[in-house]
Design a binder for this molecule. Structure first.
Ligand code: SAM
Length: 358
């Protein structure tokens, strides 16, 4: 049985429907003056071609790059956050589930996510996000550690590098404990749950605090006919799950948060309470001889974001768990095309921690 899913509504980019003051532009409008208006806080609506919006964003990028003096990580982060904030004021019109300007992509999410409104406006970056998510969803992603392609739902985290999944697959091959039940906390696109099922676990209970992840994995369950084997729970950590299991897996966010988290951020950043709460609840859901597998990375430490490691902290001061194993794997160099963050990722290791109760 999968709990409380029918009632879930997917998160979607915010639609602007009421009258707002805005400046209407087209490809003949001077790009520099559009960028200046955006920077000053005006809202701008593109009315002719999709390419006009792309040209405005490119001009905005050049403008902000010229303003930014720092080339380092902080400089890049400031640039990105300015660009994100300002570009949200560039809007596009939508009508009858389509982008109502010329030469715009067709995005299936519009029909699925906005069945209740026929005419509205969305920010250009939100439309770009919907578009790229739709391409991944339609095509599906082959992650190599399972047989099927996965089709991640809009607004759901999915991995684009697979070293940690390979590490988990190897660990599972050598696992010789019982395989009755496993719990997958923060299932995302469901990949660890599907690995567990393929490796022979009879039933997997999966949770996530992101409703889109739960809705998406529910679709996969139906597509793969796994109804009784994979049971979904929407909620924080173990949510309403009241079982004990021989295996609990968690691939948590890997970076410490520096602001309040919402939506997809919770896949990447953790707040200070997440790990202590996880370990406390995990103890109450683990069979006496059960194992916890945590997939983590040294990324936050190697990039200087923190000196602390939440698993090491638990082991040294929690008094609840001991380390059975720690297996590490170097992350392959990022594609040369991806210039961003290359230096941060050069010494990156993914880690698989196996813990048991003391
Ligand atoms: C790094 S992603 C991993 C997703 C997937 N398990 C994988 O390995 O690709 C972390 C996931 O944990 C979820 N998450 C974060 N905080 C959570 C919480 N307090 N309770 C349940 N899920 C949470 C996020 O929504 C996200 O789907």
């Amino acid at each position: 049985m999968t709990s409380n899913i029918e009632a879930l509504k997917p998160k979607r980019p915010h639609p602007f429907t009421s009258d707002i003051d805005l400046i209407v532009v087209n490809r003949r409008t001077d790009l520099q003056s559009i960028v200046e208006a955006l920077v000053e806080g005006e809202i701008v609506l593109v009315k002719d071609f999709y390419s006009t919006g792309l040209a405005i964003l490119a001009e905005l990028k050049n403008y902000l790059k010229a303003q930014s003096s720092e080339e380092n990580f902080k400089g890049q982060r400031d640039f990105r956050s300015m660009f994100c904030e300002i570009s949200q004021r560039l809007l596009l019109p939508l009508k009858d589930n389509k982008i109502a300007i010329r030469k715009a992509p067709q995005i299936g999410w519009l029909k699925q996510l906005y069945p209740d409104i026929s005419e509205f406006l969305l920010s250009f970056p939100d439309v770009q996000g919907l578009n790229s998510s739709w391409q991944w969803y339609e095509k599906g992603i082959m992650m190599k550690v399972i047989k099927q392609r996965l089709h991640p739902f809009y607004g759901t985290y999915f991995p684009t590098r697979f070293e940690h999944l390979e590490l988990f697959a190897n660990w599972l091959k050598n696992y010789n404990g019982q395989k009755n039940t496993a719990i997958d906390i923060g299932t995302g696109c469901g990949i660890l749950s599907f690995q567990l099922l393929e490796s022979g676990f009879k039933t997997v209970y999966a949770t996530d605090v992101n409703e889109n992840a739960i809705i998406g994995v529910d679709e996969e369950i139906k597509r793969m006919n796994l109804n009784d084997k994979l049971r979904l729970y929407y909620g924080d950590l173990f949510g309403t799950l009241d079982i004990r299991s021989e295996l609990i897996v968690f691939n948590p966010p890997w970076l410490p948060a520096s602001y309040n988290l919402s939506g997809l951020d919770k896949a990447i950043y953790y707040d200070t309470n997440l790990f202590p709460r996880f370990f406390e609840q995990a103890l109450a859901h683990l069979e006496p001889r059960g194992k916890i597998v945590l997939i983590f990375s040294n990324l936050a430490q190697s990039s200087g974001l923190t000196n602390t490691h939440p698993v090491e902290e638990e082991l040294s001061s929690g008094g609840r768990f001991k380390k059975d194993a720690l297996i590490c794997k170097k992350v392959r160099d990022a594609s040369k095309k991806t210039k961003r963050d290359l230096s941060r990722r050069k010494d990156e290791l993914v880690e698989l921690w196996v813990l048991s109760a003391v």
